[in-house]
Design a protein around this ligand. Structure first.
Ligand SMILES: Cc1cc2nc3c(=O)[nH]c(=O)nc-3n(C[C@H](O)[C@H](O)[C@H](O)COP(=O)(O)OP(=O)(O)OC[C@H]3O[C@@H](n4cnc5c(N)ncnc54)[C@H](O)[C@@H]3O)c2cc1C
Length: 493
């Protein structure tokens, strides 16, 4: 039995699937005027559905609570509003000081040089990233949504359905959506990971701190050759800084790029003056006499001078204090089903923190990308508020955009859809296009990558990755251009 089916079978067995949908119906059919908690029972598990008054949140009961005020929370809030279920009913508990925003901007437009019109809030609050309305803090107020800023949830009592925030507030919830995202992986303090001038980038406060370092920086070291490394290195080029990218693998973006793909991007960065130290591991960061970072010491014995260090070595799902709803020990995060339900009735998890069944490839996964944050939020809230029961059927999609500041000689914009497994066929010479197709032994397409495509070409990618046509590998390999290769793939649909 597949892992997804096994999961579903376990959930059905425990009564969770029907339990949750029953409870949800119960939850939103409640009379809004009712203040007393209603008890709902699930095979011995007693839950209270709570209702708050529509005239604000004068009591401690909240009908719907979202913990985490990030990317997915913003999209979730929009669906509550669309269903007329936000006003006086929805509360968002946020660790950050600002309303939800499109987090990817932090390593893109936010880091543009100061004279090249950098992105700043309120410009990129959700849901502008997908062409939606800009939901500022006023938008939440106007829609009767309570947002508790800078007051993270520190404790959680599953029996009493109560959250405690760092300021000591006690919040009773009816339904709970956990959207706590990830935290940046850090270099230990004893290795200099907390020195002045060492940056991690997860939220707008981190980005502000980095920008203030860049203003006086001369030598920048970037630790990690993934998304954050590539994007911050491109930004540092815009600031005209001496930049070195250090990583243990033998090429950039090792989780997605093949060596030939990586080589093309590395050459572009090198033409822009960026240096790479590959196959190198960090031993520690060293401080100068002023206490600020001054050098990166490598295990090989090499040392790189740097007054500003940006660490982009991955992220960890922010599961605390919610571990009790069920961790996925293999891939991390909180385990959910195809409607984002945890094993605890009435508790959901979405976005980066959710370990969910990836239907198309029949496996459990976690996806740390904004497209999934948006879609999981929309799917979860629709399932919670309506009779919609279709399983989430996500097609993995990753993108990046760099060197986009005004005056940049070469903009980079790529998209990838599907699964990067199988034989990779590379087409194009990067002037400016390249495409890579991943195919299995029979020629069936698994995944497709395109750099600098036209809007029509980018629109073709998800169709190909979803349909998985069988393509003549020899024909694809001999395609004279990216356009010709895409046409060969399109004709196989
Ligand atoms: C710098 C950067 C660049 C990125 N670039 C891209 C990109 O180019 N393309 C792409 O597809 N994806 C990108 N991503 C990933 C994308 O931003 C995430 O997948 C997305 O933000 C996930 O949304 P989320 O709501 O799950 O988590 P988040 O947006 O991280 O929101 C989680 C929120 O929960 C808060 N929180 C955590 N714990 C608590 C608590 N106990 N109580 C209250 N609040 C809490 C956090 O402070 C945060 O505000 C990038 C991420 C980062 C950090």
């Amino acid at each position: 039995m597949s892992s997804v089916r096994r999961l579903m079978a376990t959930m059905n067995h425990s009564g969770l699937k029907s339990g949750v949908s029953l409870w949800c119906r119960q939850s939103f059919s409640l009379r809004r005027a009712t203040r007393a908690p209603l008890a709902v029972s699930y095979g011995g598990f007693r839950r209270f559905s709570v209702v708050s008054s529509s005239s604000g949140f004068s009591n401690d009961n909240r009908e719907f609570v979202i913990v985490g005020g990030g990317n997915s929370a913003g999209y979730a809030a929009r669906v509550f509003v669309e269903h007329g279920m936000a006003d006086g009913r929805l509360c968002i508990v946020s660790k950050e000081a600002v309303a939800p925003y499109e987090r990817p901007a932090l390593t893109k437009g936010y880091l543009f040089p100061l004279d090249k019109k950098p992105a700043r809030l309120p410009g990129f609050h959700t849901c502008v990233g997908s062409g939606g309305e800009r939901q500022t803090s006023e938008w939440y107020k106007e829609h009767g949504i309570e947002v508790l800023y800078e007051d993270p949830v520190t404790a959680f009592d599953i029996q009493t359905q109560t959250l405690t925030t760092s300021s000591g507030k006690l919040l009773k919830y009816g339904s709970l959506i956990i959207s706590t995202g990830c935290t940046a992986a850090r270099i230990p303090e004893k290795s200099g990971g907390n020195l002045l001038g060492v940056h991690y980038i997860r939220d707008v406060a981190d980005a502000d701190s980095l920008v203030s370092s860049l203003e006086s920086a001369k030598k920048v070291a970037i630790i990690g050759g993934g998304y954050v490394g590539m994007e911050v290195a491109a930004a540092a080029v815009g600031w005209k800084l001496d930049t070195t990218v250090i990583f243990p693998e033998d090429h950039l973006m090792p989780r997605l790029f093949t060596p030939p793909m990586a080589l093309k991007y590395e050459e572009l960065y090198k033409e822009n003056g960026v240096k790479f130290l590959k196959g190198e591991r960090i031993e520690r960061f060293e401080a100068g006499p002023d206490g600020r970072v001054a050098a990166v010491k490598l295990e090989s014995g090499h040392s790189v001078e740097a007054d500003t260090v940006i660490v982009g070595i991955g992220a960890k799902p922010a599961v605390s204090p919610f571990e009790v709803v069920g961790l996925n020990s293999a891939i991390g995060g909180l385990q959910v089903d195809s409607q984002f339900r945890t094993r605890v009735p009435g508790i959901f998890a979405i976005g980066d923190v959710a370990a969910f069944p990836l239907k198309i490839y029949d496996r459990m996964t976690r996806v740390e990308h904004v497209d999934h944050a948006r879609k999981s939020a929309e799917h979860c809230v629709r399932a919670l508020l309506s009779a919609h029961t279709q399983p989430y059927d996500y097609l993995p999609y990753f993108y990046s955009r760099v060197f986009e500041y005004e005056g940049s000689a070469r903009k980079v914009w790529w998209q990838f859809f599907g699964d990067n497994v199988g034989h990779a066929v590379h087409v194009g010479n990067f002037d400016p296009k390249i495409a890579t197709f991943w195919l299995d032994d029979t020629g069936r397409l698994n995944g497709v990558f395109l750099e600098s495509g036209s809007p029509e070409e980018f629109q073709l990618l998800p169709k190909l990755a979803r349909a998985r046509p069988v393509i003549d590998i020899a024909k694809l390999q001999s395609a004279s251009s990216v356009e010709a290769a895409l046409e060969i793939a399109r004709s196989a649909l």
